[in-house]
Each structure stands twice: as structure tokens, then as C-alpha cells.
Design a protein around this ligand. Structure first.
Ligand code: PMP
Length: 288
């Protein structure tokens, strides 16, 4: 496997980063998780725009322009002969000393990995996923804005560990006020009386690229969609629920904390959205 690392394509065994890199020492860096579908890098421009906003928010100067990043991303796929893949684009603060100071890190490190991804088992897309609410709360946006896709994922990892302890693959994380924020690596949507709702980023949700695709698809399908504060009660009483993410795509969710959501089966609106999403990923984006 060839990995893009700071301007070169190197074998994955040679793709190494310094132990003084602040991405490793402090989680000081940002990333994107992007999908390649049938030679189409899905919404690459939107991912690169989010990366630029993440960089701006942590005052990190990206080492490449939008065009150069786009080329490097596509070329990593081409070099590995991939037409379907999960792409991980990471920019770290780079090498510095053992103190926090990011201004002592003269050069960010940038690497891009394109590889296969293990999705949720197929049966969950057909029958729906059972998830749980975990005790770990999503970080307050005033402490770390969830809109920054940063290398600091320990909050989500604690949630993921708890989900596993409860035998679930994904979990609802509440914010410190008790509203639904998102899942450990996915956004959450509900359908209630034919309308769709998802928490706003101000409640602790990442502005997911899949999430924004759902807004577009819903509008095109004539389904009302809104951002709104959601409680667990809203999920308990929802007609339908589904999760979205570049890795998860659109996954129906039929149980929360052992309670059935709706009739316990993926609902008609979720199915419609999933179908539209599967078509959209092949055409909306950048051809490699
Ligand atoms: N929330 C979190 C915490 C995530 O890490 C992700 C990405 N896996 C998402 C939501 C979904 O975002 P996207 O659709 O851009 O992949």
C-alpha cells in the first residue's frame, strides 16, 4: 500500500511520523474521513472545505492548497489502484518539543491513507441497528467545538468503549444539558410524523458531510427537515431513526437502550433516504 506523506508516495511500512509530532503527543491536528465510490471521491470539495475550517479554528496553516489537496487525495487512490475506498486525510501540527506550544512546530505533517473499510455488518442495514445511550457526555462546544474535526477523539472513544460494554456497536452521546448531541462517530436523525430532525452543531454535533447530504436529499424528496434540540424522549417516541457518517453511510436504527423505536423495523423514509444516498454517492464529487 502506498501512503502519501509530506509530498511523497511511500510504502505504508516507510510511512512513519516522529515521536515528537504534536499530533501524537497532544492530539494536535485535524483530519477527514472520505469515501471513494466507483471512482468518485464523494463530496471531496466539502471535505476539503471542512478541513480548511478545522485548520483555521486551530490556527494551523495547511501545507497544501485546495487544488493540491484534491490532487494528492485522488492520486493516493490511483496509486493504490482503488475504485472504492475509505480515505483518511490527516494534518498534524508537526514536530515540536515536549511543551504544548504549537508555534514551536515549524512544519505541519500531512498524510493520506486510502484503504478498504469494514462497514457495519450488512444485516444491520436491512434490519436496523440497536444502540445505547452512554454515560459519557459529549464535550461542551465551549470547551472544544465539535465542528473542528480534530485528532482529539478520546471523548468519543470513551463513548465507544461504553457502547461495547453494553453490547452495542454505536451509542447516543448526550451533551452536558442532557440533549442528544450525536453518536460516537455518526450523526443522528429521527423521523416524526413525516418530518426529519437532527441536533444542531450548537448541541455538540459535528457538521457531517453525510448529514448535509441528507438535508439535500430530503429537500429534493420533498421531506421537511429541520435542526432541533432532541431529548431521549424524542428518540423513544420517534417513528424512525437513522445514523449517518462517511463510514456508516445511512444506517437504520431500531432500538435504543432496549426500547423499540417505531415498529422496530427500518421505516419507509429511512429506506427512501438510504436508496437516494446510494445513488448520490456515485455521482456527487470528484472523479479520480
Ligand atoms: N460525528 C462524529 C463525531 C464523527 O466522527 C463523524 C465522522 N465519522 C460524523 C459525526 C459523521 O460525519 P461525516 O458524515 O462527515 O463522516
Amino acid at each position: 500500500m502506498k501512503v502519501y506523506l509530506d509530498g511523497k508516495f511511500v510504502d505504508s511500512e516507510q510511512a512513519t511520523i516522529s515521536v515528537f509530532d504534536h499530533g501524537l503527543l497532544y492530539g494536535d491536528g485535524i483530519f477527514e474521513g472520505i469515501r471513494l465510490y466507483g471512482g468518485n471521491v464523494f463530496r471531496l470539495e466539502e471535505h476539503l472545505e471542512r478541513l480548511e475550517y478545522s485548520a483555521k479554528a486551530i490556527m494551523l496553516e495547511l501545507p497544501l492548497s485546495r487544488q493540491e489537496l484534491s490532487w494528492a487525495t485522488c492520486e493516493t487512490c490511483r496509486q493504490n489502484g482503488l475504485t472504492d475506498a475509505y480515505i483518511r486525510l490527516v494534518v498534524t501540527r508537526g514536530v515540536g518539543d515536549l511543551g504544548l506550544a504549537p508555534w514551536l512546530c515549524p512544519k505541519p505533517s500531512l498524510f493520506i491513507i486510502a484503504s478498504k473499510i469494514a462497514l457495519y455488518p450488512k444485516e444491520h442495514y436491512e434490519n436496523g441497528l440497536a444502540i445505547v445511550t452512554v454515560p459519557t457526555r459529549r464535550i461542551n462546544p465551549a470547551a472544544l467545538p465539535p465542528t473542528i474535526k480534530s485528532l482529539n477523539y478520546l471523548n468519543n472513544i470513551l463513548g465507544k468503549i461504553e457502547a461495547r460494554q453494553f453490547g452495542a456497536l454505536e451509542a447516543i452521546m448526550l451533551n452536558d444539558q442532557g440533549y442528544v448531541a450525536e453518536c460516537t462517530a455518526d450523526n443522528v436523525f429521527i423521523v416524526q410524523k413525516g418530518e426529519m430532525f437532527t441536533p444542531p452543531s450548537s448541541q455538540g454535533a459535528l457538521r457531517g458531510i453525510t448529514r448535509s447530504t441528507i438535508f439535500d436529499l430530503a429537500r429534493e424528496l420533498g421531506i421537511t427537515i429541520r435542526e432541533g434540540n432532541l431529548t431521549r424522549h424524542d428518540l423513544w417516541c420517534a417513528d424512525e431513526c437513522f445514523l449517518t457518517g462517511s463510514g456508516a453511510e445511512v444506517i437504520p436504527t431500531v432500538k435504543l437502550d432496549g426500547r423499540q423505536i417505531g415498529n422496530g423495523k427500518p421505516g419507509p423514509i429511512t429506506r427512501k433516504i438510504l436508496e437516494a444516498f446510494r445513488e448520490r454517492v456515485l455521482v456527487d464529487g470528484t472523479r479520480i
